[in-house]
Design a protein. Structure first.
Length: 752
DNA sequence: CGCTCTTGTCATTGC
DNA sequence: AGGCAATGACAAGAG
């Protein structure tokens, strides 16, 4: 016969392993600081969660935490642990890409997030899905969005655990209940949601943007420069830029860059953003407009509207994602190769080289991206001290409208992003489909990421089949039947029903007693018998016993209303008489041993009284009768055993509840993990779409550039690069390659 | 007959 | 110090 301990131990071990597998990590400090019970013993510790020491130690060591194991606060205890586990699960999935993507999608929480292009619908889905998750009615919506994700996953071929894809209404209700428990605990769901994190980041961003606006926002101060001024990225010095191109080119380039702006902010179809774009586009000077008007075009345009901030943020989102993507997969050299380090002196110094041949043939010199320039502040300024690696020529396409360009503004070389080094120069005439895919590397990398994600889902994800298998394993190994619907309340009710049935099969007196009060069963069942009742009648009378018995129970627990609220006490109505027959003879057989002993010793009161009376009343009762030592000893033994029996039943029930709660926690964690995996896939897909848009626009812009002879630039020789000040530069490809190589080494060094 | 499960009981510990 | 709850361990009985 295997002991119950073995079952429990094995079950807990499996739970522990399972929790660890799905990423639950235990940080005791966190629990302590958050006034939550230490869960190490449950999740990690070798001792079971049932050791009394834990609770006692909790009382001893944790101020303000004195959850009695019998208390209903135990539910909060488990809820807290579950919440923490969810947090852990989130932490486990904090892949940079996921975080950034989530932050991006939630950048606009007013519900105005939508793709500016029809193909951005995925971003919409992601966004809505996330917001749904954050809602209080998370359960239902989550299931809906998860289904939506599942479809998308199928499109991608990604394998995400379909755990919650087949959420039943019961699951949904359970989620809702748990969610309310979380609220009661004081923990908002936002703790685990991207939106919450995004809010935090928004706060940070606001702070950051505030500084940036002070420093560099064009058109707001004395430092606003005319667009045709070049700015030294290092010194902030400005000087006139040569404008060899005609106004026609200027206007065209400006429009192109505006379109680039528009299209690279695919999430930005906010209520304001299209208006901004349209206004910007309308304000673009026509080819017949006087040239003087154009010089100051962008600055007032971008500052005049109310939403340059949106543009800025969208640029920032885009570039940060690009950056993060490059950082995340450094194996793809093409994409990282040309990422200019922040504040790279190469970029800034190029801006100071206006005499280069290329410089004199700028065609995009007016297409300032000032509205987005500050968004490059993502890049850290740590590389500013890099020596000037080259004095080669560089074409400052866009004089920045921003003046004292913050040192945090790095330059991003789009060259490497868009044009692989092996680009041939034949396709440089027009920006057409014949241009090689400059984003091929990035896209491949994104695909690789998705593939790796699928692997991750396969390796770590628990699909429903796996979950059920684990569940079966656990159930079988633990030796305990873990009915998922066996919540504490259901346990109580089930036990209460069993008690009721057993009571009804007992003597008539005890049956009536059980009918009077659910709790009165506790004393009556198991210790009441015909003989005992007869004994009682001899002394007190069976009829008078019942109200008094009820009184005993109340006196025993002081507060009857409390008893009805304590479901774990209901089960105390246990039945010691298996299959008790109605006859008195059978009932004699079915009496407990203590009842037999009490009867044999002619104890003048019931075992129920002996067991359930408070000490004072119990002693008072003993004093009323002349009892022998043997009788007194037996009575005390009966009392001790009876109380211990109830305690044992409570203890077992608590064990079972603990196991059930652990099981529920595991299921919740599995659901959360599956959801996060789906979200990550969605974010990656959105990122890929954005990159494709950037790529096409880059090709379009580059294809329209013309040198002084009106010939297009060769993509194999030149590339566009975003400078740290927000300007777009046309630089030789060899230079871009050098920068990219330098950029490539840094992430590796950083990781070492 | 052996196994599993439930239940009761004892011993111990700590509040 | 006594009462009591909690719990591990063991045993008995039922299925």
């Amino acid at each position: 016969m295997l002991s119950l301990k073995k079952y429990l131990t094995e079950g807990l071990l499996q739970f522990t392993i399972l929790l660890s597998l799905i990423g639950v990590r235990v940080d005791v400090d966190t629990y302590l600081t958050s006034q939550l019970p230490p869960l190490r013993e449950i999740i990690l510790g070798p001792s079971s969660a049932y050791t009394q020491t834990q609770f006692h130690n909790l009382r001893n060591t944790l101020d303000g935490y004195g959850i009695h194991p019998k208390s209903i606060d135990l539910d909060n205890y488990f809820t807290a642990r579950r919440l923490l586990s969810q947090v852990r699960a989130l932490d486990r999935l904090q892949v940079p890409t996921t975080e950034v993507s989530a932050w991006l999608v939630h950048r606009d929480p007013e519900g105005s997030v939508s793709g500016s292009q029809p193909s951005s619908g995925l971003a919409l889905e992601s966004s809505s899905g996330l917001q749904d998750v954050t809602g209080p009615d998370n359960g239902v919506r989550e299931s809906e969005t998860e289904q939506g994700f599942s479809e998308d996953l199928e499109d991608l071929g990604a394998v995400a655990p379909p755990v919650s894809g087949d959420l039943t209404k019961e699951d949904i209700d359970l989620i809702d209940i748990l969610w309310r428990q979380d609220i009661d605990l004081g923990a908002g769901r936002e703790i685990f949601d991207y939106s919450h994190r995004q809010k935090e980041q928004d706060v940070d961003k606001e702070l950051q943007d505030g500084v940036e606006q002070e420093d560099t926002w064009p058109g707001e101060g004395e430092e606003v420069l005319a667009p045709n001024l070049l700015v030294d990225g290092e010194t902030g010095e400005s000087f006139p830029a040569q404008v060899p191109g005609g106004e026609n080119q200027t206007a065209l380039s400006l429009e192109l860059c505006l379109r680039l702006l528009e299209a690279t902010c695919p999430f930005g179809e906010n209520a304001e953003f299209p208006a901004d774009i349209s206004s910007l586009t309308e304000a673009v000077p026509s080819e017949s407009e006087p040239p003087g008007l154009q010089n100051n075009l962008l600055s007032p345009l971008l500052t005049g509207t109310e939403s340059p901030f949106d543009l800025e943020q969208q640029w920032q989102d885009l570039m940060s994602i690009m950056e993060m993507q490059a950082m995340e997969v450094n194996t793809s050299t093409n994409e990282i190769l040309y990422n200019n380090p922040p504040g790279d002196p190469l970029s800034t110094n190029y801006s100071l080289a206006p005499n280069t041949p290329i410089n004199q043939n700028v065609s995009l010199h007016q297409a300032s991206l000032g509205g987005c320039s500050q968004d490059f502040s993502l890049f850290s300024p740590e590389v500013e001290s890099l020596p000037v690696a080259s004095s080669s020529t560089l074409l400052p396409l866009v004089p920045s409208n921003s003046t004292s360009l913050n040192s945090t503004f790095g330059s991003t070389n789009l060259t490497g992003l868009f044009f692989p080094p092996q680009l041939n120069g034949t396709a440089n005439d027009t920006a057409g489909p014949e241009l090689p895919d400059p984003l091929g590397g990035l896209l491949d990398e994104a695909m690789l990421d998705e593939i790796s994600l699928m692997d991750l889902a396969i390796e770590e994800g628990f699909n429903s089949v796996q979950a059920s298998q684990l569940k079966e394993e656990f159930d079988s190994d633990s030796g305990l039947s873990l009915d998922s619907s066996h919540s504490p309340s259901s346990l109580s009710s089930s036990e209460g029903s069993s008690s009721s049935s057993s009571s009804s099969s007992s003597s008539s007196s005890s049956a009536s007693s059980s009918a009077s009060s659910s709790f009165s069963e506790e004393g009556a069942v198991g210790y009441s018998s015909d003989s005992e009742t007869l004994d009682l009648e001899e002394v007190e009378g069976a009829v008078g016993y019942q109200p008094e018995y009820s009184k005993f129970c109340r006196m025993s627990y002081q507060d009857p209303s409390q008893l009805s609220c304590l479901p774990y006490l209901e089960h105390v109505g246990h039945n010691h008489t298996y299959n008790m027959a109605p006859s008195a003879l059978d009932s004699d057989k079915q009496m407990s041993r203590d009842e037999h002993r009490a009867r044999a010793m002619k104890i003048p009161f019931t075992n129920d009284k002996i067991i359930n009376l408070p000490v004072e009343e119990f002693n008072e009762l003993l004093s009323k009768y002349q009892l022998s030592e043997a009788q007194l000893s037996l009575i005390r033994d009966i009392r001790r055993r009876g109380k211990n029996k109830m305690a044992a039943q409570n203890c077992r029930k608590r064990k079972l509840d603990t196991i059930l709660n652990l099981k529920r926690d595991v299921e919740d964690l599995q659901r959360d993990k599956a959801r996060l995996l789906r979200e990550k896939v969605e974010f990656l897909r959105s990122l890929r779409q954005m990159k494709q848009k950037v790529q096409s626009l880059y090709q379009e812009v580059f294809g329209r550039l013309r040198d002084e002879n009106g010939r297009p630039y060769s993509p194999s020789q030149y590339a566009l690069q975003y400078a740290g000040d927000g300007s777009v530069l046309l630089i030789p490809r060899t230079l871009a390659d050098q920068q990219a190589r330098r950029q490539e080494r840094k992430p590796k060094d950083r990781r070492k």
